[in-house]
Design a protein around this ligand. Structure first.
Ligand code: PGA
Length: 327
């Protein structure tokens, strides 16, 4: 290595080169400052330091335009090579860390099946090398899996209190009151909670998070469910409500794709506002794929789930539901 190159490396920084490359590419200090979220004085200062390190001017101004000097052009070519090399290294490192070859094991509570496959699908499209698996079961079982550390990440409607966990919310999960079309409460406004729970109720199984959330609200009001039948599936409940067997409370996500022959009931205290949480045991070292999936959920989860119409019934259904009519 000869001395001058060593000196240059010691005095210039990657950040300066990044700023320089942006100006050369965008043809303007202002546009580069904007693109890099920097102030213009910061950009000018970085370029001044870089020219000082190189020992030659890098830009020249003719009229209102700026041009690369000969030294600037040579540096620009070197910069592009360096950044390409760094990009390739980044890919190699990601490979090593598992983003292109990793594994993601996700376990979710029953109701999350209405949006979790779509979220996972979007993620796998972006990272085709990640081998993903999805386990869907009720809250109690998902909790067991978490306690046994069987998966990378979990989705719950309520972070478990039984274990120390890290939990972050990423999506709304409103619980709505449902009845069959033509039910005496259909079309009435602000039905008292006590009146609603006086009707035969189709309940999720005791291990269900939906059921727990509802029972908590009822407990606060000193009320109890009048359970006519217990069913372990949201779909079975919807069908039974439609068949006129009773009323129920389900996550609004279950109405995706239409809710035939059921209508939303306007009951006091509804919708019960909840959130979906991405959860993992405290202290667990997340894999790169798991961390990337968590970031993706937080950044884009609600948008992707909403695009599927899962956070609310689609407008046509909503109108029919409001009028208490089937589609
Ligand atoms: P569940 O859980 O599907 O077991 O009812 C959903 C939730 O906790 O919201």
């Amino acid at each position: 290595m000869d001395q001058p190159r060593l000196g240059l490396r010691r005095h210039m920084s990657l950040r300066q080169l990044e700023v320089f490359e942006a100006i050369a590419r965008l043809g303007s200090f202002t546009r580069a400052a904007h693109a890099l979220h920097l102030t213009q004085p910061t950009v000018s200062m970085q370029i001044k330091k870089l020219s000082d390190a190189v020992g030659l001017p890098l830009f020249e101004q003719v009229g209102k335009r700026i041009y690369l000097t000969e030294a600037g052009q040579a540096l620009h070519a070197s910069c592009r090579e360096m950044f390409d090399t760094l990009d390739r290294f980044e890919m190699t490192a990601a490979n090593m860390m598992g983003l292109t070859q990793g594994r993601l094991r996700l376990a979710v509570v029953t109701t999350a099946k209405y949006f979790a496959p779509r979220l996972l699908g979007g993620f796998c499209e972006r990272f085709p090398g990640v081998d993903a698996s999805l386990k869907v079961t009720n809250r109690e079982r998902v909790l067991e899996r978490l306690q046994e550390n069987q998966d990378d990440l979990y989705i719950f409607g309520q972070p478990p209190a039984e274990v120390e966990v890290e939990a972050v919310s990423f999506l709304r999960n409103p619980l709505v009151a449902l009845g069959p079309v033509g039910h005496p409460l259909a079309g009435r406004a602000r039905v008292p909670l006590a009146e609603f729970v006086g009707y035969p109720f189709l309940a999720r199984e005791p291990g269900s998070g939906t059921r727990r959330a509802l029972e908590r609200v009822l407990n606060e009001h000193g009320l109890e469910l009048n359970v006519r039948m217990e069913l372990g599936s949201n779909e079975a409940i919807k069908q039974s409500v439609a068949a006129g067997m009773g009323v129920s409370v389900l996550s609004q996500h279950t109405l995706v794709g239409g809710a035939h022959d059921v209508c939303l009931l306007d009951v006091e205290g509804f919708p019960i506002e909840r959130q979906w949480y991405v959860v993992y045991p405290k202290g667990k070292q997340l894999s790169v794929a798991a961390r990337a999936f968590q970031d993706y959920l937080l950044a884009e989860g609600s948008q992707i789930a909403d695009a599927a119409g899962t956070a609310r019934p689609n407008p046509r259904d909503r109108k029919a539901l409001r009028r208490g009519k089937a589609k």
